[in-house]
Every structure is written in C-alpha cells, then in structure tokens.
Design a protein around this ligand. Structure first.
Ligand code: PMP
Length: 426
C-alpha cells in the first residue's frame, strides 16, 4: 500500500474538517519511532500531540491493557463499577497539586474534561461567567471551542458561541502584552462587561499549548489566584497538554507555587488510550448532583488500566527528571544555532515542553513560511515535527520522554541540518 493511494481515498471518504499535517499513514510504532505503510521509519517528535509521553506501546502500559482486556472491556462505570477506577482517582487526588481533600471524575477526552470542569465550577458557585485567555486552546466541543482564544480554524462557521465567556489577552511579552497589560484589561472587563461576583471561573493553561508554548509568567499566575480568591472565583488549570511529566513536573502548576481549584487532564494520562479527568477540591467536585456527571465511556476500563500503568512508569523511570535533561539538551542545541539561523527569535519551555519561534530576520514579523518549511523538510528527512502559535511561527517539540538517547541524538542532527539548510534558503 502507498501513502498516496490512501491519501486519495481519504480525501473522498473523510470530512475535510478533519485536517492532517502529514500524509504518512502509520503501520506500527515503538517508543519514539513510527513506521509507515511503505516501510519508512520516522522519529516522532509529536507523540500524538503530547499523548505518548511514555512512548508508543510502553511495555508496562500494554501489559496492563492486555490484562484488562482479558478480564472485561466495558461495563459502564455508572452501572457496574470497578476498583481500578477508584484507585486511579485516589492516586490523582494525591498527586494533583493542592494540600486539601480532592475528588475526581473520569471522562474520555480533553474537551470533555474542560466541559465538565466548567459545569462543576458553575454548580459549585451558582455563577455562570467564565474568563479565558486569547491564544488559549480548550477543545472543539461547544464550550471548549468558545473558551478557545483563536478564531481560525476553530470557530469559523460554527455559529453563536456559548454565552457568558470572556477573553483577556494572554500575557506574552514577546508579542507585546505584559503582565500589567493583561491585568489592566481584566480590571476593565470587570468594570465594563461582567461583575466579578458573576464569574464562576478563570480557565488557563499553565503553558499555552496550541497557542504557541508560552509559559504563564509566575507573577501573573500569583495575581490571578489572588483576584480569584478576592471575588470567590474558581481557578481551573487546563493541564491537558502540560500534564504528566512533560514540563519536568508531574503537573505544570507545580512551577508556580499556587494551586488551582480544579485541574483538567487527558492526553499523557492514558499513554495512548482515551482517558481524561477532572480533579479538584472535594466540596467543589461534589457540587453536581448524582447523575449530573459521567457518560457511557467515561473512565472506560482500558483507559483506566493504562492511566494506572502510566503513573507507575513516570515514577519508576523518573520521567520528570528525564524531561528536564532532554529539554536542556534540545534547548542547548538550538542555542548553538542562533547565529547560523537568524530567523530564531526565541527558544523556550520548561522541561521537555520546548519550542523555537521564527521571525523574518531583522524584523518583528512572524515567519510562518519558514516555520512550515522547517516542518516539511524535517518530515522529508524522517523527523515528525509540529508547529503551533497564533501566527503559525513556532515549532514545538513533544517527543516521548522515554526516547532512547541514540534516537534523540539522531533527531537533533536532523533538526540541525534542516535548520541550517532552511536558513541558507536551500
Ligand atoms: N485543552 C488543551 C490545553 C489541549 O491542548 C487540548 C488538545 N490539544 C484540549 C484541551 C482538547 O483535548 P481533546 O483533543 O482530547 O479533546
């Protein structure tokens, strides 16, 4: 089978609304490598968008899933529950930052976790407004899409958004928005549009993912917590992309010294199997009445089994420390190319949630064409990269944290040669 043949069939059979960035059709995958249907090997620096932090088919995750499949695959937790759901909830209650009693609900996707966090916040506060940030990404469901701070392509053509959602500029200094600027807009929002006593929650990604890998400045997170406390507003940390060792901590909020009331999780929790969660203060989590939360597949046994195994792997393989080490090597390598590649304006990111941003040399203009060229050339050389950012001028790196040293070294060599070639205009 050829990639091009499947691509042609795909174009006829699948809605164009589902975009794809490569025409590499997967045949099999192992840790940080993917082989396509033509037998070509790729190094995977996308990890299914920050999902297989523990690598493709981690043996411990696969063993746990196999064992689960051999016993039962679905009963619906709301009908006939199972112990490992409770165990994973207990573990997340312990691990999610916050020195207070917590409870958890399991769902299936990141967007669903966001939807549920907002429902829970509304039920607990008896308020309806939610404040999110420009450039943020929170999913493609109606509330997720409304909270998302980027119109193209997420909101185009989808009609009226959910009511009572407001956006404040995300404090990204690199793009001219300081912490003070963002706080001043928030203050004006409270005066012009919404009384803070009507606001149920702030929702924020500790490091913006799709929006461009911008870390929330610590001063801003502290202030947000303070404002939330002052007005009885809940703080939701959307850790769907940042969670599970990616930033060098199990959760990115650990970098800030303040805690969220509710945390949304998905992606890395399942290590390749669909599972998502909301964990938060027990009294808040208990606000919705019985039957108000859940879903047929919410906390399905396979995802739960995978989640428990993923937590074991992160701990036994010290993946938080490994994320720091790999990220340092990647950032160092990119730094060494700054002179040769004048398009580079910023190299950043905690742990192994790293990115490089490109501008037209000598100008402040984002260079989306150069960024895309880097991605395409890397793919030609067998390295799968993802771009992101409101201006499409950021390459983000999301390799499995379990990537073997020699595969990582090979990927860095490919990256370097691609950046050198692209900078030369080759
Ligand atoms: N929140 C964040 C921060 C995300 O990065 C994503 C996915 N990119 C989502 C929510 C939505 O997750 P899902 O695609 O699993 O619905």
């Amino acid at each position: 089978m050829q990639n091009s043949q499947i691509a042609a069939r795909r174009a006829e059979a699948v809605s164009r609304g589902v975009g794809v960035t490569t025409q590499v059709y997967a045949e099999r995958a192992e840790n940080a490598e993917i082989w396509d249907v033509e037998g070509r090997r790729y190094i995977d620096f996308a990890a299914g968008i920050a999902v297989v932090n523990t690598g493709h088919r981690h043996p411990q995750v696969i063993a746990a899933v196999r064992d689960q499949i051999d016993r039962f695959t679905h009963t619906c937790h709301q009908v006939v529950p199972y112990e490992n759901y409770v165990r994973l909830a207990e573990r997340l209650n312990d691990l999610v930052p916050g020195n207070f009693k917590k409870k958890t609900v399991f769902v299936t996707t990141g967007a669903e976790a966001v939807e549920n966090a907002v429902k829970i916040a509304r039920a607990a506060t008896n308020r309806s407004a939610v404040i999110a940030f420009t450039g943020g990404f929170h999913g493609r469901t109606f509330m997720g899409m409304t909270l998302t701070g980027k119109v193209q392509p997420y909101k185009v053509g989808f009609g009226a958004m959910m009511p009572d959602v407001f956006h404040v500029p995300f404090p990204a200094e690199l793009h001219g928005t300081s912490v003070e600027d963002a706080l001043s807009v928030l203050e004006k929002l409270f005066k012009a549009d919404v009384d803070p006593s009507r606001v149920a929650a702030f929702i924020i990604e500790p490091v913006q993912g799709e929006g461009g890998f911008y870390e929330v400045p610590k001063a801003f997170m502290l202030k947000l917590r303070e404002i939330a406390d002052q007005h009885g507003i809940l703080l939701i940390a959307d850790e769907v992309q940042t969670g599970f060792a990616r930033t060098g901590k199990l959760f990115a909020m650990e970098h800030f010294g303040v805690v969220a009331d509710l945390t949304t999780m998905a992606k890395g929790l399942g290590g390749g199997f669909p599972i998502a969660a909301v964990t938060g203060r027990a009294d808040i989590m208990d606000a919705p009445g019985p039957g108000g939360l859940g879903g047929t597949y919410g906390g399905n046994p396979i995802g739960i089994a995978a989640g428990n195994a993923v937590l074991d792997v992160i701990e036994s393989e010290n993946l938080c420390e490994r994320a720091d080490r790999l990220g340092a090597r990647l950032k160092q390598r990119l730094q060494s190319l700054r002179e040769t590649v004048p398009q580079i304006v910023d190299i950043r990111g905690p742990g192994f949630m790293n990115a490089v941003e490109f501008n037209v040399p000598g100008s402040g203009t984002p260079d989306a064409d150069f960024t895309n060229k880097v991605r395409v050339r890397a793919l030609e050389k067998g390295l799968i990269l993802l771009t992101c950012g409101v201006y499409g001028n950021v390459v983000r790196f999301l390799a499995p944290i379990t990537i073997q040293d020699e595969v990582f070294a090979e990927a860095l060599d490919i990256l370097e040669s691609v950046l050198r070639d692209c900078a030369k205009g080759a």
